[in-house]
Design a protein around this ligand. Structure first.
Ligand code: THU
Length: 141
């Protein structure tokens, strides 16, 4: 794995600690890498009304887009229950796939990880945007 993606994974591991998820107990960190090298971080933020909860991937994109970023290379995701020693790999939910696809071309990389609670990378899987959301919707004018 390229060094820039290892750095990205480590950032996702760190921001995961900031997740606000008292209802599910499941914490997610996402680190988004732009084409210019800039990184933006996100974590899931839950709500007692459940519906308004937002995933880590979308909070990272919101942060980046409001800073004017439009060119994206990859997102690294670290997911897991706080009480477990190993954070198992998970792939983005359907809403996040559509949200990300708004800003990303087919080659955008989604880096999923399995990590231990000390931050050691145990396993990873990289899929492209067109693999996680084939035949995606785009509004034509
Ligand atoms: N979650 C994410 O942050 N990203 C995903 O792709 C899937 C799920 C969050 C939402 C909720 O706070 C918790 O994980 C359990 O679903």
């Amino acid at each position: 794995m390229e060094e820039k993606y290892i750095r990205l994974i480590n950032k996702a591991f760190e921001i995961r600690k900031k997740a606000y998820s008292p209802y599910s107990g499941y914490k997610v960190g996402a680190a988004l890498l732009c084409g210019n090298g800039q990184m933006y971080l996100g974590c899931n933020i839950e709500n007692s009304a459940f519906g308004p909860s937002i995933c880590a991937e979308r909070t990272a994109f919101v942060e980046a887009v409001k800073n004017g970023e439009r060119d994206f290379d990859a997102i690294a995701i670290v997911t897991g229950h706080d009480n477990s020693d190993v954070y198992e790999m998970a792939s983005p939910c359907g809403v996040c796939r559509q949200f990300m696809s708004e800003f990303c071309d087919d080659g955008f990389k989604i880096i999923m990880t399995k990590m231990d609670k000390e931050g050691n990378l145990l396993d990873s899987k990289i899929l492209n945007m067109n693999e996680i959301l084939p035949d995606r919707f785009k509004l034509k004018n």
